[in-house]
Design a protein around this ligand. Sequence first.
Ligand SMILES: CC(C)(COP(=O)(O)OP(=O)(O)OC[C@H]1O[C@@H](n2cnc3c(N)ncnc32)[C@H](O)[C@@H]1OP(=O)(O)O)[C@@H](O)C(=O)NCCC(=O)NCCS
Length: 201
Amino acid sequence: MEFAIRPYHPTDLYSLYTICLRTADSGRDATALYRDPELMGHLFAAPYAVAEPDLCFILTADGTPSGYVLGTRDTETFTRWCAAAWFPALRARYPLPAPDDVSPDARAIRDIHRGEPGHPEIIVDYPAHLHIDILPVGQGQGLGRRMMETFLDRLRALGVPGVHLGVGKRNPGAIQFYERMGFQPVIDADTWIGFGMRLAA
Ligand SMILES: CC(C)(COP(=O)(O)OP(=O)(O)OC[C@H]1O[C@@H](n2cnc3c(N)ncnc32)[C@H](O)[C@@H]1OP(=O)(O)O)[C@@H](O)C(=O)NCCC(=O)NCCS
């Protein structure tokens, strides 16, 4: 199988939704968890590619999109963009669920209504943030490291001083990946860890 990492193209958008859903259960396939297959992509993949396509890179396996790394160079600006240009249409499409609805769909829809939470304590030192997801076909072969380096090089070229990300504690493999990539823990919440990395120009 031949792997390649290339810039995002708008025709990749559907693949971003698919890959996001297929890695959304703490790194595993979440297809069976969600009635609506688009919710994870609406929150964690598509808005980044639409807002900052130059910060999105695609992993292909024999030409087929099989992974991505994407994010924002400035979380505050991105949060404002989502509030103005991304979430309003989704809020109209997905009304708030009943308070006793604790399904994964209902929780995701509440996140859409809440908007990006943002973490003011970390965005000062680490203004960028990212998401990386690779389908099983591409995992464990050094491709995640290559994709991360591609993304971090782009941030450095843009003069971004630092980057953060969040990872669920139910995903120990990803935690070890970020540690191996040189990220430092900056937030220890109940269910997730925030990692940060300062970027030398
Ligand atoms: C997490 C993920 C991005 C890692 O990418 P990858 O291509 O599998 O990782 P690589 O093969 O490039 O490994 C890079 C380093 O991380 C380590 N690593 C990667 N996955 C690991 C795991 N599951 N357990 C322990 N270490 C791991 C490797 O040992 C390697 O270390 P080294 O280069 O110092 O020897 C990828 O497995 C993935 O997308 N998983 C599913 C989705 C997911 O969990 N995304 C993160 C959500 S927060």
